[in-house]
Each structure stands twice: as structure tokens, then as C-alpha cells.
Design a protein around this ligand. Sequence first.
Ligand code: ZN
Length: 253
Amino acid sequence: MVFALFRRWRLRRILAQPFPDAWRDILSQRFEHYERLAPDDRKRLERDVQIFIADKNWEGCAGFEITDEVKVIIAANACLLLLGHDHDGFANVRSVLVYPRPFRVPEFPSMEDGLYIVDEDVDLVGEAHERGPVILSWNEVQRAGHGGRNVVLHEFAHKLDMADGFVDGTPPLAGGSQVRQWAAVMTDEFNMLRDSARRGRATLLDDYGAQDEAEFFAVATECFFERSQAMQRRHAALYDVLKAYFNQDPASR
Ligand SMILES: [Zn+2]
């Protein structure tokens, strides 16, 4: 209770500060979604970015220096996901860790013949821990938009998915008809992507999403924001389900 009051007081103090002009310049020049937003949405995004930046612990790893540009770009991408919602600003993310380049982690051990096998280390460009930080490679963050990919949207979509305690590709929904529509469309589209991936057919959606339902939601989220018009044309039902969930219509911007 005391902590909740303290947090509210802190957030009010943060919002009492004007949004820095230098940050606005970064948004205009380096975050292409910003210019397409309606004025009200821009204001709202700025407010969310301000809170997000003050609210998280930022850690540069492997000698990486966290600058204002790093914070503003990552915060803006994360907060874009929340623009249509009343939200807690990703309260389930305390820390954002940033590496300069892809980072090496040990492969999660798998069980074989009663023994744990660790195959090889893998290089990652992003990772979202269920009860921990979001980890990003800055080099990949800067490539946002290329080929419809966006690692920040991807990892924070995982965090939305995790908000109900399950990593299953379904974030908390409004209930009733939204749940039924979600289940039908997502299952259909996921199976289609799996089929295409098996046959080696290229699709609008990155076939990384064929791994499991959680990756499918993260990949579909990237595509929804970064290739919104193509998704609306080629995966209309998927676009509509995500439009209802995010309460945003990026294709119309
Ligand atoms: Zn993922």
C-alpha cells in the first residue's frame, strides 16, 4: 500500500516535468510510427515514454552505454503496444538490459536418456524473462522495421502474453466473444504458418512464429505494426483480431 502510494507520487512528479525537446527530436527522426500518430496519441505516447523511462532500471551490458536515444527508442516501441489500453506501463518489467550486439546464452538444457544435454550456446537478439528483465541487442533494435521485424515489439509482446502467468500466446482478453474469436483465428493462422514453414514456403509472417503459440503471437505483433497494410490485405482475419486486442488500427495511419 505504502509502495503503491509512493509509486503514484513518483509518477506524478515525473509527469510534472515537460517532455524534453531532445526526446521529441529523437522520436521524430528515429521512430517512424511517431509521425503517423494522431496528435492525441502522440501526446499519450510521450507521457507513457516519460513514465517508462523513469520507472525502469536501465543497464548497459558488455560495455554498452545507455544514452537518452537508447531509452527513448526502446520505450517508444514498448509503449506503442499499449496505446489503445488502460495499462500499468509494463509493471511486470523492472529492468531493461541492453547489449551492443547479439548476446550469447547457454541453450536451455534438454533431457535425453535421463541426462541433461546442453547442445551449444546460442546468440540471441532479444529475450523476455517471465519474472525478470527484457534483454535486447541495440544493434537489432536499430534495424526495427526491416523485413517487418522489430525486436522490441517482439519481446514486449511476450511480456503482454505473460501478464496472466501463462506463456501461451494468449494475453489477458476482454472475455466472451473476443476469446472465441481469438482462439479460432489464432489457431487457424498458426497452423497455416506451420504448414508453410514445413513446406519451406515464404510467407508474410516470419516462420520463426511457427515454433509455438507464444512465438506466433510475438511474430504476428511485429507484423501487425510493421507491415500493417500487407497484413490487412493478406491475413484479414488475423489483422482484425489483433486490431480488436490492441485497440489500434495501424494500417489506417
Ligand atoms: Zn520470442
